[in-house]
Write a protein that binds this ligand. Structure first.
Ligand code: AMP
Ligand code: GLY
Length: 440
């Protein structure tokens, strides 16, 4: 079957690899020439991922039957609506259903209207003065978020990034004066705890969970520095996390199931991958945000251990016949992103990077190319993340060791890795933090 993959990052290389393994004939629409995807694809079209007209034309010409969406931008641009209008089934939601990610106030209001548990107190504003007044009157600490898409970098939290009311005011002024994320703002209660991610497959009605994952957003070791798209992530062999119990997981899954049911009830059935970012608090999981797609790097963790043919899963999503029988190996994974030096502040683009893929595989790991570009048989960094390396083994510790061995086979002039991800020190800190929160 001919399948189009939209996007050219590490997540999309993992999607392409899983589709290729299950026998799909691949077509790729991406901005950068990702060498990993290019090697697997029958045909590549270098195109902006929001160029709906060009991608629909490419998909029609190639006669693809299914299109799998990587990033969120094409969802918001209406690519799924346009492809479906031409009879091409999509793994990814329509523009209306993608509002779960593209409008943070839509997501919270949907939960509120439908009595979905796990919501946080919130208020949305398109007036600067009223937003400032809420900051003074709320009586609890807040997270300040532009309502629309900001590439994962628009959130500031009181007590973390913002220490005074004046700093909160200044950030609100910046959002309104620069029109960040559409120029309106959602203020929500700050949730305190440990974060985890639950991704599910969804065909509009049926929901099938994937293993839990924990991402690391901060740029530098020890969880300091600017927020990024994600520096790396791990998952455990029991598909929980060391600080998440099975009842916690069930509570998060219930929130997702009810959200999906609410979308169907309101006439926007959700098809694709739904990503729930949760804060595990003293009182159970709370929704931090939804994403209308796989996480990047989280896709690399879970797709590396997917045992069921991914093409069958995609077909089930498109046909509305998703089987609950999707299996993942009982293995732990640790993914670390190799990024250009300076990533997060002043990344050094255009530097040579070399991956010995056979040697990586020999170490019990997989390497996925991200936003690099191939020119004349050589691979160069851009300003974005370069290569995701995933170690796979029986425990987090062993998977971390496999990842580190494999990283030795990635060489570059100016690269950086957060080596602490998946190491016992950092994982234990999270477990202890959660234990303190449960006790408090
Ligand atoms: P988001 O882009 O919504 O995922 O937010 C980025 C990061 O900000 C999250 O991963 C959290 O660490 C933090 N954050 C967002 N919303 C909240 C909240 N309501 N309470 C505490 N932290 C939050
Ligand atoms: N790693 C977080 C995300 O993909 O949104």
């Amino acid at each position: 079957m001919k399948v189009l993959v939209v996007g050219g990052g590490g997540r999309e290389h993992a999607l392409a690899a899983a589709l290729h393994r299950s026998g799909a004939e691949l077509y790729s629409a991406m901005r950068n020439n990702n060498p990993g995807i290019a090697k697997l694809a029958r045909e590549v079209r270098l195109v902006k991922e929001t160029d709906v007209t060009a991608i629909v034309e490419f998909a029609k010409a190639a006669a693809v039957e299914i299109a799998v969406m990587g990033p969120e931008a094409p969802l918001e641009a209406g690519l799924v609506d346009a492809l479906e209008a031409k009879g091409i089934g999509c793994v990814g939601p329509t523009k209306a259903a993608a509002r779960l990610e593209t409008s943070k106030s839509f997501a919270r209001e949907l939960m509120q209207r439908n009595g979905v548990p796990g919501n946080l107190r919130f208020a949305s504003f398109d007036d600067l003065k009223e937003a400032k007044r809420y900051v003074r009157d709320a009586g609890f600490e807040l997270a300040i978020k532009p309502v629309g898409l900001t590439g994962g970098k628009g959130v500031k939290v009181q007590g973390e990034h913002l220490n005074t009311v004046q700093e909160a005011d200044e950030y609100l002024e910046e959002i309104f004066s620069h029109g960040i994320g559409g120029g309106s703002v959602i203020l929500e209660e700050r949730a305190v705890g440990e974060e985890f991610t639950l991704q599910v497959f969804c065909d509009g009605r049926n929901v099938v969970p994937m293993p839990l994952v924990q991402d690391h957003k901060r740029a530098y070791e020890g969880d300091v520095g600017p927020n990024t798209g994600g520096m790396g992530a791990y998952s455990a062999e029991d598909h929980l996390l060391p600080f998440v119990t099975e009842p916690d997981r069930q509570a998060a899954l219930d929130i997702i199931r009810r959200t999906v049911a609410a979308m169907a009830k309101e006439g926007h059935p959700y098809r694709g991958v739904l990503y729930g970012q949760f804060m595990l608090t003293r009182d159970g999981p709370r929704v931090i945000e939804f994403n209308a797609r796989f996480g990047d790097p989280e896709a690399m963790n879970v797709l590396s251990i997917l045992e069921s043919p991914f093409l069958d899963v995609c077909q089930g999503i498109v046909d509305g016949s998703l089987s609950t029988n999707v299996s993942f190996a009982r293995k732990a994974t640790v993914c670390k992103y190799v990024v250009p030096a300076g990533y997060g502040t002043a990344p050094q683009a255009g530097k040579l990077i070399e991956v010995d893929e056979a040697a990586v595989a020999n170490e019990g790991a997989a390497a996925y190319y991200a936003m690099v570009s191939e020119e004349g048989g050589k691979v160069f960094t851009t300003t974005s993340r370069a290569v995701g390396v995933v170690g796979i083994d029986d425990s987090i510790q062993q998977a971390e060791e496999a990842c580190e061995r494999a990283l030795r086979h990635v060489r570059g002039e100016a690269i950086f890795v957060r080596h602490d991800i998946g190491k016992a020190d950092l994982v234990n800190r999270r477990v202890e933090h959660m234990a303190r929160i449960r006790k408090a």
